[in-house]
Design a protein around this ligand. Structure first.
Ligand code: HEC
Length: 259
């Protein structure tokens, strides 16, 4: 009798564990948008098996599901040297991670991939006893310690005035911004936040209403800015970047610890 009960107990536990895993992996369960995103990757990487090794482990840790697609993704792993930060090397190339929109799940993946645990997950992937991927050489070191020379105090002022209509820039405008627009603290969590700020005027939705002196073309006559335009100089943009560099990245939730 006791044996039967122990057995039942075991079975139920195993069943529950499987159910939990199945729920986690089942499409449609984690409906909340920030719990799923799409990732695009070149064929060579998609076929290397690395993503099949990484993605379930990332999903188990964070509950964020990643669908690999060919295009229209919120994040991409690419070979293009200007897009994103080097995350690993292997199968003859340096691979970079770029986040396309301001998606919290994608940002989380970028963070995880560059964290110690993410890097260990990359290097622990083996095919027939050989690890095809390794960490990138330190070419990005200079970028990591980049100094932002603008005037951060000026940057805060300009951000509050020009960007604070939509973005929460600082506690001062916490109530005056648009809730659905990512705050500067959230944008600061992206590994490539500085590249995004440097080119923000070219990234949607800004081109329709932004003028950077000496950089952008005037608005087309038949397409005037739909709202009071943002006008910044390159010096002010540099100041904004220096201000954002000093912001604490938003805490998007600690990774779940799996023993
Ligand atoms: C009229 C509203 C509005 C104003 C003003 C505005 N933004 Fe944005 N910004 C947005 C929205 C909305 C997004 C999110 C776009 C998305 O998720 O695709 C965004 C996203 C961004 C991003 C991330 C872009 C990306 O694709 O990664 C940066 C960087 C940014 N804004 C910087 C700025 C700066 C700097 C200013 C001020 C000089 C500013 N924004 C002013 C609405 C605005």
């Amino acid at each position: 009798m006791r044996l039967v009960m122990t057995l039942c107990n075991r079975l139920t536990r195993t069943a529950m564990l499987w159910l939990a895993v199945a729920l986690l992996l089942m499409p449609g369960v984690a409906r909340a948008d920030d719990k799923r995103f799409r990732l695009s990757a070149p064929e060579a990487l998609a076929q290397s098996g690395l993503l099949q090794h990484l993605l379930p482990r990332f999903a188990l840790k964070t509950g964020v599901r990643v669908e690999v697609v060919e295009e229209g993704a919120e994040a991409e792993i690419t070979l293009a040297p200007q897009d994103g930060r080097a995350v690993f090397e292997g199968v003859g190339a340096v691979w970079r991670m770029g986040v396309v929109g301001a998606h919290p799940g994608a940002a989380r993946f970028a963070d995880w991939l560059t964290s110690e645990i993410g890097q260990r997950t990359v290097t622990s992937y083996e095919v027939a006893g050989v690890a095809p991927f390794r960490l990138p050489q330190v070419e990005d070191e200079a970028e990591a310690v980049a100094v932002f020379e603008g005037d951060a105090a000026l940057g805060k002022q300009v951000s509050l005035r020009q960007c604070g209509r939509c973005h929460v820039v600082a506690p001062e405008n916490r109530m005056g911004a648009i809730g659905s627009t990512p705050s500067f603290a959230v944008l600061r969590t992206f590994a490539d936040w500085d590249a995004r700020f440097q080119s923000f005027f070219a990234l949607k939705p800004h081109p329709a209403f932004t003028q950077v002196a000496g950089v952008t073309q005037p608005f087309a006559i038949h397409l005037p800015s739909p709202i009071a335009p943002i006008e910044v100089t390159l010096e002010e943009l540099e100041a904004i970047i220096a201000y954002v560099a000093g912001l604490a990245p938003a805490d998007l939730g600690a990774p779940i610890q799996v023993q």
